[in-house]
Design a protein around this ligand. Sequence first.
Ligand SMILES: [Ca+2]
Length: 178
Amino acid sequence: MSNHSHHQRATAPRKRTLLAVLLAVAGLVALAPAAASAAPVADHCVVNLVTDETTCAATQSAALAADAAASDEVGIQSVTLITLYDRTNYDPAGGTRSFVGDGSYTCTAAYSPVEFSVDYLDAAGWSNRASSVHTYRSCDIKLWDSVTLSGASSTWIDNLANLDTIGWSNRAGSYQIS
Ligand SMILES: [Ca+2]
């Protein structure tokens, strides 16, 4: 018994040291620039429809700012066309996914032709996830049940704080913008 107790006391400092090392490593990983594009920790992303680049960050504003800075370098003024929210009521806390175009871009008033299509929300971890959606620049969005614009589709949506009111919360697998 006494040997066992002594053994535990003797190993306790070593456990703390190992924990400290692990925390230090985790901290370094979190600070690395590459982590900014890692989806699991950075759940706010901006997809630039002009440059085809996706920029992620820990907050919605940081993701938009990072995309704007990168776009500015290639002469594009980012402007948000639509934002998907994991949560209802445009609450960014659960994650956001925004799609931006060039600053001069405005969607046409008509729903035809479709101006942008996003065929694979699953690849970004956003299939069956959006629960509210906001559009800008005269754009509207049509949600599709499955990827590649297949299955059932919603009506054209301007803004909707709770997609559940039309049976489309946590459902969209792809979508169109017009
Ligand atoms: Ca959701």
